[in-house]
Structures are given as structure tokens and as C-alpha cells.
Design a protein around this ligand. Structure first.
Ligand SMILES: [Zn+2]
Length: 174
């Protein structure tokens, strides 16, 4: 294709781990539950732009660094969870990135911070040589949807139907 460019796309799975979620409605009295989840990480998006973070699942995402090791294998490392926090300022509500933290007032009246610092083991899945702007873009975004749905991220998404569409496009999901 004229003007198109080939690039490698690598896929990693951030294996299942637990994150903390506050299910309490009462201020300073958090009730923390563990949410089992996984993420996916693409080294590049379908337009060949390098990516630095996993998909958002269970309200957070992770920064990922990756490289080729001495044996030529792709390895990735997962950082702590990041989420958006909403802060009230004189000029309105501000959305800021930050860690997952909960404030608790204990029986002694002391302030205790509970922090969620979970990370994930990163497993390499596959690499693909893609052409920028190719018809595969559509299939790729569909593949992302299937993976999010499999990780419990998309409501009302029909995984079986999407998998059929993918196999029609010649892509097999592991
Ligand atoms: Zn996570």
C-alpha cells in the first residue's frame, strides 16, 4: 500500500490480581473488598502510536515498561495502580491522576491511610506485524473489545458473536 508503514504490535496480559474497592457510603469508614481482575497491554495502538499504560479495568490502570531481554524475549514490568481522583477547587471539580487510597478513622479517632499497591505479573502473548491504516484496524479494535469483555470490563457485549466476527477476519484469540 502506498504511504503505509509496517510496525510491530506486541500484546501482554497483566495476569489476575486483586485490587481494593471501597463499598461503603459512610465517609472515613471504608469497607474494603477485593476485586479480582486482569488487564491487557498493547505496546502500540492500531495507528502505531507507542502505549505506556494497560487497559482500564476495575476503575484503574497501570504504567508498563517493556524491553527485549538478553535472550531476545519481550519482557514487561507493571507499575502500581493509577486512578482518577476528583478534587474540589475554587474553580470547580478537577480530575487528577493518583494512587488508590482510602482514609479510615479508627476506634482511637486516628486517621489511617489504606493504600492499594497491587501489581500484575506480565505475560507475553504474541506480536504481529501490522500495516498502518490497514483493514486490520477494525479487527484490532474488535479484538480489544473481546479482551475487555473477557476481563469483565464491558457490559452487554456478546463475546461469542465478536469471536465469530474475529474468526471471519482471520484472527484467533487465545
Ligand atoms: Zn490492576
Amino acid at each position: 500500500m502506498k504511504g503505509s508503514r509496517e510496525f510491530y504490535h506486541d500484546l501482554f496480559k497483566a495476569e489476575t490480581a486483586n485490587s481494593k474497592k471501597n463499598v461503603s457510603f459512610t465517609l472515613n469508614k471504608p469497607e474494603i473488598v477485593e476485586i479480582e481482575h486482569s488487564h491487557y497491554f498493547h505496546t502500540h495502538d492500531s495507528k502505531s502510536r507507542p502505549q505506556k499504560t494497560t487497559s482500564t479495568i476495575a476503575g484503574h490502570w497501570h504504567e508498563v515498561t517493556w524491553k527485549e531481554d538478553a535472550n531476545g524475549n519481550l519482557v514487561a514490568e507493571c507499575g502500581p495502580p493509577i486512578k482518577f481522583n476528583y478534587r474540589q477547587t475554587p474553580s470547580g471539580t478537577k480530575k487528577v491522576k493518583g494512587p488508590i487510597k482510602f482514609t479510615k478513622i479508627n476506634d482511637m479517632g486516628e486517621k489511617v491511610i489504606i493504600e492499594d499497591t497491587h501489581t500484575h505479573k506480565m505475560t507475553y502473548m504474541h506480536s504481529e506485524l501490522l500495516t498502518q491504516g490497514s483493514a486490520k484496524d477494525k479487527a484490532m479494535s474488535l479484538a480489544n473489545e473481546v479482551m475487555s469483555a473477557a476481563a469483565g470490563g464491558v457490559d452487554g457485549f456478546n463475546e461469542a458473536e465478536a469471536n465469530k466476527k474475529l474468526s471471519d477476519e482471520g484472527i484467533t484469540m487465545r
